[in-house]
Design a protein around this ligand. Structure first.
Ligand code: FES
Length: 174
């Protein structure tokens, strides 16, 4: 099964679970209207990720709030290329340093800013586009190693979700 099919299937599962949750919540409202949001509901707003199993040069996709998040353990040459890019060459000018908390870890939403497809580039065998980051085959958007749009119709860079480092190898998204 292709990566895209797997992601699509995961979305359908998530969407079904979310709808199921909404239905159950609606039924429960008359009985628990005076209660505060439970820990389970609050936990959905954030997710903790252990980065230690991700080798240099590889990526992990996690789902946060129903969206894919790309976590890339960047190679030195990817970091260097992202840092050396001139702002005047960028459609959505952002320094690499404003998009990462630590140079070796890039964390971005895996949602193309054109029409919302999930770009390729997470697997080592994927096309990564002309700038070595991600490529969205839907209409041909190319992202660089900082997740910045470099070519194609997408108007802006891949979004960086809110996250913090809890320890050297653990982040919390959301
Ligand atoms: S949705 Fe990615 S290029 Fe159109």
């Amino acid at each position: 099964m292709s990566e895209q099919n797997t992601q699509r299937r995961d979305f359908i599962k998530l969407a079904s679970m979310t709808l199921g949750g909404v239905g159950a919540a609606s039924l429960a409202i008359p009985f628990i209207s005076s209660m505060q949001p439970g820990k389970d509901a609050l936990a959905l707003a954030s997710t903790e990720i252990d980065l230690s199993p991700i080798p240099e040069g590889q990526s992990l996709t996690v789902i946060w709030r129903g969206k894919p998040v790309f976590i890339r353990h960047r190679l030195n040459e990817e970091i260097q290329s992202a840092k050396e890019t001139k702002l005047e060459d960028l459609k959505d000018a952002q320094e690499d340093s404003s998009r990462v908390l630590q140079d070796k870890w890039l964390v971005v939403l895996g949602v193309c800013t054109h029409l919302g497809c999930v770009p390729l580039g997470q697997k080592s065998t994927d096309a990564k586009g002309d700038y070595g980051g991600w490529f969205c085959p839907c209409h041909g958007s190319h992202y660089d190693t900082s997740g910045r749009i470099r070519k194609g119709p997408a108007p802006t860079n891949l979004d960086v979700p809110p996250y913090t480092f809890l320890s050297e190898n653990k982040i919390k998204i959301g």
